[in-house]
Design a protein around this ligand. Structure first.
Ligand SMILES: [Zn+2]
Length: 203
């Protein structure tokens, strides 16, 4: 697959995976940076100064992380929301939590702005859209039978910022609500649903 270059590690866990810390121990990372997500449009560029002490760094009130630090894994937790991983062959990576609220606030546009500000304009970005609730399953108004297309709306955000042909989108095409054996789903399981972990890093 084209979403890959030397040292790149990425993927998504499935249901019933061991606790996060155990899961991440299998990777030879220097730092694992995760987010306390709040459905915002806030992106943070992870720099070496933020990585001084602990091997696990939790950044609060943020829904996207970008970095160019080697040895750093960044992760996003979801159950129906869309996890987006971003990679560039220069070693720039990103992880985005795109639910409806964050998407409507422009989280992906903000991530691209944050990435450009920190690392310059990037031609050849690759985006991976992970498992999320599909438009058919994501009804947001029962009476009007209105649905929300997380994937489509986030594609529009990429198209509004980047030149056509200068990037690539790889879609998992998987719906969390339709595959209870593989994925957690907030819609299906409610508040107590577990979370999938999507992660990316250049190790
Ligand atoms: Zn579905």
């Amino acid at each position: 697959m084209s979403f890959s270059f030397p040292g790149l590690r990425f993927g998504v866990t499935q249901r019933e995976y061991p606790a996060s810390s155990l899961f991440y121990q299998q990777f030879d990372y220097r730092y694992w940076v995760s987010m306390k997500q709040v459905h915002s449009a806030t992106c943070v560029a992870v720099t070496s100064e933020m990585l001084a002490k602990d091997k696990h760094v939790l950044i609060e009130n943020v829904d996207a992380l970008v970095t160019k630090e080697p040895g750093v894994l960044v992760s996003v937790r979801t159950a129906d929301c869309l996890p987006i991983l971003i990679a560039h062959e220069s070693g720039v990576i990103g992880a985005v939590h795109a639910g409806r609220k964050g998407t409507e606030s422009g989280i992906l546009i903000e991530t691209l702005r944050c990435m450009t500000e920190a690392f310059g304009v990037l031609d050849g970005l690759k985006f991976w859209f992970g498992p999320a609730i599909c438009e058919g399953c994501y009804q947001i108004d029962r009476d009007l039978d209105l649905h929300y297309d997380l994937v489509g709306e986030n594609k529009k955000q990429i198209m509004s910022v980047l030149k056509l042909g200068s990037y690539e989108i790889i879609e998992s095409g998987l719906c969390t609500a339709e595959q209870p054996d593989l994925f957690y789903s907030y819609r299906r399981e409610g508040e107590l649903a577990g979370r999938l972990q999507s992660f990316i890093g250049v190790l």
